[in-house]
Design a protein around this ligand. Structure first.
Ligand code: WT7
Length: 649
């Protein structure tokens, strides 16, 4: 990717994006300058578009050393009021808030107006209260991609409960770990999910998780109608419990710094951490980024193909669009069911104007040929977006030419769970595009590249990507472990937020993300700690040691490569390999399924016992030429054996 990027290919901004766009280049330049030079005034202005019960006087109040981050700290608001009620109050209750496209193409489409959304959210909020949920409680949401997932998030926000959404593909163990970590007493789930015609046993996964951790109440939404077991006194059918609740529920006044949600994400060490976002800054950040980056215009249909279990779904299916009074499409299914044209069929069916997806999906669909795209009328599309991992220029070109007909702007948005919303991107109407480059910093974002010793690198250069200033959407802490927050993000380079990404900046000031520089891998846009997969592997009784690295994968971006040593007397083989893959799926979830299990008698270690991951990465990449200095290894012979093993695969 970087090689092609070096050619600095430009794509001039398409005229369709310039016309009436929210932001021209001149506006971008002056707004960006203001966001840096007069930060408080800038964000005070952006925050005007939010309804505050009490307007903030104090805007930014933060420090990265010591670490303390606050925005709008004396403001009072409710994000659900802003996403839902105020649009109804403004007379836009009949506007469509959510379009639901089910897994099955002939299934029932739902179009939910803002007025209906308000009624649904009130009903769920009152049901949660009836169950016993109160302000500040953590509520876990483990749902399929159905509107009730969004209702659940908004209902929590309405009553001041903190939601923690867990991706529906996670296993019972993963649920139990996350529920326990934030002491979440409450759960909202569904009987089953549906993906590509297959049923996902959500409620039964929850039951298995709760064999390990206690829980006070589970609200179960009937979706497929599949049979589930209900535990007396703990489990409640939503349609039963909600039958007689009141049809009014006031929005709880929340301080801007009151927690809004926890979202678990992987790091280079230990178990996933619960990244905490608060109310005011997150609202302003998602409202503003959505507005400028997607250049949304009234009446348009916006489709983000992410799952609400990830931050992309939080910020750009639920909060960002709804705060803007936009119509968001929610898709339950997968890109290749019933056929590889499903995305484009849905774009045509619902006249989607703005389409936001991940490079892994683009690559997978590109491989299936152009006719899946060209047989559909995609003339409604006006803007395309990419997120989750670097997009290789080849995929970018295909997206641009075949999907966008060579006329539409593409926003390649770089950001993270921790950033709350987009951080580096081109703005349609303002910037020319370079295939493979995320582009320029968004308002208030100050990227800096540093070398491994922390020296600041200027001009066109490559280094580790840091952010030197806070922005309203920044995560405030790791739930229950502020020390870990400081350690993870602010200790590598003191006084700076370290993203964990490598990055190149070119002579035009464009940023090119080169991928993670830590032990985090990005598999199909899903972020995973190699340590998590290793922990899962060593839980298996036959495994002695495991080292996991990423390797380049045509579709997934990165695949999962596992080096495994076995306990004495255990025999490697295809059967054990299959068993270990199943084992990891069960421990974490299908997204963590290893691509390769490489049995080896030993791992390459330094004399002090540290595993040489650099070497393991190279071997997994099939690159045996630049293994670097292996003389510090306790047993250099191990490397030759590993290379042989790799060649024979
Ligand atoms: C990591 C964050 C952003 C929401 C979805 C993922 C990678 C994300 C891009 C992009 C290159 C990207 C980075 C980042 N990443 N977007 N446009 N270009 N890389 O959120 O799970 O927190 O993962 O995804 O490596 O650190 P996440």
């Amino acid at each position: 990717m970087t090689e092609a990027g070096k050619k600095s290919e430009w794509v001039k901004r398409p005229a369709t994006a310039t016309e009436g766009a929210n932001c021209t280049l001149e506006e971008y330049q002056s707004l960006y300058a203001r966001s840096i030079e007069d930060t408080d005034a800038f964000w005070r202005g952006q925050a005007e578009r939010i309804d505050w019960f009490s307007k903030p006087e104090v805007i930014g109040n933060w420090s990265f050393d010591p670490v303390s981050i606050k925005w709008f700290e004396d403001g009072v608001l409710n994000i659900c009021h802003n996403a839902v009620d105020r649009h109804v109050e403004a007379g836009n209750g009949e506007r469509i808030a959510l379009i639901f496209e089910p897994d099955a193409p002939d299934g029932e489409v739902r179009r939910i107006t803002f007025a209906e959304l308000q009624a649904e959210v009130v009903r769920m909020a009152n049901t949660l209260k009836k169950m016993g949920v109160s302000k500040g409680d953590r509520v876990t949401i483990y749902m399929p991609m159905v509107p009730e997932g969004a209702f659940a998030m908004l209902a929590c926000a309405r009553i001041g409960a903190i939601h923690s959404v867990i991706f529906g593909g996670f296993s019972p163990d993963a649920i139990a770990g996350r529920v326990e970590d934030c002491a979440s007493d409450w759960m909202i789930t569904a009987d089953e999910g549906l993906r590509g015609g297959k049923r996902i046993p959500l409620k039964s996964n929850v039951d298995r998780a709760f064999e390990k951790v206690p829980n006070r109440g589970v609200l179960v939404i009937r979706h497929t109608g599949g049979s589930v077991s209900m535990t007396e006194g703990r489990d409640h059918w939503y349609h039963e419990l909600s039958a007689d609740v009141a049809d009014e529920c006031p929005c709880e006044p929340m301080n801007a710094e009151d927690p809004l949600f926890i979202l678990y994400t992987s790091g280079s060490t230990g178990k996933p951490k619960g990244v905490l976002h608060t109310t005011g800054g997150y609202a302003v950040w998602t409202e503003t980024t959505f507005r400028y980056i997607f250049d949304y215009r009234e009446g348009e249909v916006f489709w983000c193909t992410a799952d609400i279990g990830w931050v992309t779904g939080h910020s750009y299916i639920v909060y960002g669009p709804l705060l803007n009074g936009a119509t968001a499409l929610m898709f339950e299914g997968v890109p290749n069911y019933p056929d590889h044209d499903r995305f484009w069929a849905v774009c045509e069916k619902h006249k989607v104007n703005i389409f936001y997806t991940a490079p892994t999906a683009i690559r997978a669909l590109m491989r299936e040929g152009d006719t899946h795209v060209t047989k559909h009328d995609l003339s409604s599309l006006r803007l395309l977006g990419s997120v989750g991992e670097p997009i290789n220029p080849e995929a970018w070109r295909w997206y641009y030419e075949t999907v966008g007909g060579g006329k539409l702007p593409i926003v390649d948005t770089w950001w993270q769970t921790e950033t709350g919303g987009c951080m580096i991107t081109t703005l349609p109407g303002a910037h020319d595009m370079k295939p493979g480059s995320a582009g320029r910093p968004f308002f208030g974002v100050c990227p800096q590249l540093v070398d491994n010793e922390g020296h600041v690198l200027d001009g066109a250069t490559e280094g580790n990507l840091c952010l030197t200033r806070s922005w309203p959407g920044q995560a405030r802490t790791v739930y229950g472990d502020h020390e870990r927050f400081i350690q993870t993000y602010f200790s590598t380079y003191k006084g700076k937020y370290f993203t964990g990404d490598g990055c190149r900046r070119d002579e035009d000031g464009y940023y090119w993300i080169t991928g993670r520089v830590d032990d985090v891998i990005n598999v199909s846009g899903h972020r995973m700690g190699t340590a998590e997969v290793e922990s899962a592997l060593v839980l298996h009784p036959k495994v002695s040691e495991a080292a996991v690295v990423g390797f380049p994968h045509d579709i997934k971006g990165q695949g999962i490569y596992c080096y495994v040593t076995l306990n004495a007397g255990e025999e490697p083989g295809d059967e054990l390999s299959a068993e270990l893959r199943t084992h990891v799926r069960e421990e974490i979830g299908p997204i963590a399924t290893p691509d390769h299990i490489h049995f080896t008698p030993a791992l390459p270690k330094t004399r002090s016992g540290k595993i040489m991951r650099r070497i393991l990465r190279k071997i997994a990449e099939n690159d045996f030429t630049s293994l670097g200095d292996t003389s510090t290894l306790a047993d250099p012979g191990v490397v030759d054996e590993l290379i042989e093993g790799r060649k024979n695969r």
